[in-house]
Design a protein around this ligand. Structure first.
Ligand SMILES: NC(=O)c1ccc[n+]([C@@H]2O[C@H](COP(=O)([O-])OP(=O)(O)OC[C@H]3O[C@@H](n4cnc5c(N)ncnc54)[C@H](O)[C@@H]3O)[C@@H](O)[C@H]2O)c1
Length: 265
């Protein structure tokens, strides 16, 4: 008997990195997976690779697009039982490079230790990250719960970050978006546990994905991690599969750190 035995799962951000690994893993564990991504080619590539189910194109930052996607999944596979909401974006590359250059300058003893991260952050940079990461989590979880609550069953895992646990100088908007995901998850977990629906979040650390590849000083983060290496996305996927499964039947509102010891709480 497989872990999920034909239950219907939506995986957002399934076109790349952690989301693609989660889609593969849930498919292997017996779920019918809807691989959702704003990048349709990437979502279709994941479905071809995972060997099952359907690709769905949607922008998690657009509530109409999300609602239509959840309706399309219900029509093609049946009502959603499981949600792994993984889609998210990082701070833009120019900002991360400016931060990395600042760190190098401080190490050379050349320049002030302080970094004018927040005061130089533009409204557009703030809005872009908050819209996808925090608003997007609201839209996806809301649409899914509308299907789960009447059926009195379901499990949801959202995606936070180590940055959302203890803050991250230079990318306060990203950290705030992920801290928001965590508190949103905890609040909703309290709301819907009485309906038989479990909601938890995973806070990944340095994980070897295209997003992490865009981090200019990623090696520094990995070097500061007790385990001494980045995670393989499959190691994250194992945690999503566990929290979505009945093996985690008494775990509600938890933040699971999957970070090699980068943040221990
Ligand atoms: N990789 C890491 O080290 C790391 C660390 C902490 C947290 N995270 C979080 O894990 C999640 C996955 O990260 P990843 O490293 O796999 O990133 P990634 O960039 O490799 O993949 C993200 C996927 O999300 C999709 N996506 C982006 N915006 C979208 C939108 N508006 N609508 C639908 N899909 C959208 C992208 O097209 C892409 O396929 C993100 O939420 C990220 O913040 C990653």
């Amino acid at each position: 008997m497989s872990r999920f035995g034909g239950r219907v799962a939506v995986v957002t951000g399934a076109g790349s990195g952690i989301g693609a690994a989660v889609a593969r893993r849930l498919t292997a564990d017996g779920a019918l997976v809807a691989a959702l991504d704003v990048d349709g080619d990437a979502a279709r590539a994941t479905v071809a690779d995972a060997g099952g189910s359907i690709a769905v194109v949607a922008d998690v930052a657009d509530p109409g697009s999300v609602d239509a996607a959840v309706a399309a999944v219900e029509q093609q596979l049946g009502p959603v039982d499981l949600l792994a909401h993984v889609a998210g974006i990082d701070a833009d590359r120019a900002l991360k490079e400016r931060l990395a250059e600042h760190r190098r300058a401080v190490e050379r003893g050349d320049g002030e230790r302080g970094f004018r991260g927040l005061v130089d952050l533009t409204d557009e940079q703030w809005d872009r990250v908050l819209r996808v990461n925090l608003d997007g989590t609201f839209y996806v979880v809301r649409a899914t719960l509308r299907v789960m609550i009447p059926r009195r069953r379901g499990a949801i895992v959202t995606t936070a970050s180590t940055a959302g646990m203890s803050g991250n100088a230079g990318v306060a908007h990203y950290a705030a978006s992920k801290g928001g995901v965590r508190i949103l998850t905890q609040s909703v977990a309290r709301e819907v546990a009485p309906f038989g629906i479990r909601v938890n979040t995973i806070a990944p650390g340095a994980t070897a994905t295209p997003m992490f590849g865009r981090t200019p000083d990623g090696e520094r983060l990995v070097a500061g991690t007790p385990i001494g290496r980045s995670a393989d996305p499959d190691e994250l996927a194992a945690a999503y599969s566990y929290l979505l499964s009945d093996d985690a039947s008494y775990i509600v509102g938890e933040t699971m750190n999957v970070n090699g010891g980068m943040v221990i709480q």
